[in-house]
Design a protein around this ligand. Structure first.
Ligand code: P1T
Length: 388
């Protein structure tokens, strides 16, 4: 079965109770049992819910996996995967990553005795050098948030020793453009809030694996800790995911046009997009991904304060956190999504006050380009005179 067929059919057989073609929202917390322990496989909705189960099957299939567990948010999915570690264990983490993931690791999990080393994982020598005797996990985001760096998944997998696991946060690429398990990773995590849900109307997460032992631990924690999505959120996410392939193709097409437009503009200093030939890891992107996604970051020339001035002048790109919805968004990572990373660390990693991040939506590309064109024309010039 091919990708879109899975998205529309796996886990989504007609409802056995009624024949409903579309999986119903099983808005129930509990299930009536015939006798104690005698039931139809469902006993309590934190543990199992038919709507959530359908979503889990659908999303696992999109990553080519046997097991998937849905959570109330991407962070809840991440926290569940980190439950694979115990106090004293160490993880090597990409130094460019979602600020909330950094916050979870540095301000919550370090207090529980886990250790984290942040390195530029696009440099495999740096990854190798960060490995310690107690290293148990490699945490990869690729492309990274917000600098769109690429990490060589196969390269990191080749460094993995028995007992260590490689986890890929595949949120930016989506399973349509990148299949980390096929490249040897052990676990994939998504914030389904983003491309998978696709309509900015629901928060969710998922953890996916082919490894039964790992799956059992994640499932145990899903139930024991309880960060599960409600049935209606599961249903919205499942509905969104049906059109993932169509949307991703349009996101990528629009983002390529936007990235090329910005790169050629005299007011733009630098553009980060894996689909540009100028991206330092464009070849790796071609090898590892089947498309380059919808996220584009860039820096304007001149004072960093121009960034927010520019962002406020846009009409179709809303100033908002998050990404991956059909509508275009613009974000100022330093003050928004990555504000929880201390300024010094953030700037050392390249997330400066001048950086802007676009989630390029699937509106008509000409309208998006016009919007960028007008805003660029309206910000006070730096190139031809007085500066800002
Ligand atoms: O927001 P939540 O569903 O909990 O997902 C967290 C998360 C995990 N991983 C990546 C790569 C992410 O980008 C996110 C959330 N990111 C944003 C809200 C953002 O605007 O970058």
């Amino acid at each position: 079965m091919k990708f879109s067929t899975k998205a529309i059919h796996v886990g989504q057989e007609a409802d056995p109770a009624t024949g409903a073609t579309i999986v119903p929202v099983y808005q129930t917390s509990t299930y009536t049992q015939d006798a104690v322990g005698e039931h139809k496989g469902f006993d309590y909705s934190r543990t199992i819910n038919p709507t959530r189960l359908a979503l889990e099957k659908q999303l696992a299939s999109l990553e080519g996996a046997d097991y998937g567990y849905a959570f109330a948010s991407g962070m809840a999915a991440t926290a569940a995967v980190l439950n694979l570690l115990s106090a004293g264990d160490h993880a090597v983490v990409t130094d460019d990553l979602y600020g909330g993931t950094y916050r979870l690791f540095s301000r919550v999990l370090e207090r529980y005795g886990l250790e984290f080393t942040y390195v530029d994982m696009s440099d495999l020598d740096a990854v190798r050098a960060a490995i310690r005797p107690n290293t148990k996990l490699f945490w990869i985001e690729t492309p990274t948030n917000p600098l769109l760096k690429l990490i060589d998944i196969k390269g990191v997998v080749a460094l993995r020793k028995p007992g260590q696991i490689v986890v890929v946060d595949n949120t930016f690429a989506s399973p349509y453009f990148q299949q980390p398990l096929a490249l040897g990773a052990d676990v994939v995590v998504h914030s389904t809030t983003k491309y998978i849900g696709g309509h900015s109307d629901v928060v969710g997460g998922v953890a996916i694996t082919n490894d039964k032992e790992i799956a059992d631990v994640i499932k145990f924690h899903q139930n024991a800790v309880g960060g599960v999505p409600g049935p209606h959120d599961a249903w919205l996410t499942m509905r969104g995911a049906k059109t993932l392939a169509l949307r991703m193709r349009q996101h990528a097409e629009n983002a390529q046009m936007v990235a090329e437009y910005l790169e050629a503009h005299p007011e733009v200093d630098r553009v980060y997009y894996p689909g540009l030939a100028s991206h330092p890891q464009h070849q790796l992107a071609r090898a590892q991904m089947s498309g380059f996604g919808g996220m584009v970051s860039f820096v304007l020339k001149g004072e960093q304060s121009r960034a927010l001035d520019f962002a406020h002048r846009l009409k179709y790109f809303s100033l908002a956190e998050s990404l991956g919805g059909v509508e275009s968004l613009i974000c100022h990572p330093a003050r928004m999504t990555h504000g929880s990373i201390p300024k010094e660390d953030r700037e050392r990693r390249g997330v400066t006050d001048g950086l802007l991040r676009l989630s390029v939506g699937i509106e008509d590309a000409e309208d998006l380009l016009d919007d960028l064109r007008s805003a660029l024309a309206a910000v006070p010039r730096v190139l031809h005179g007085t500066g800002v």
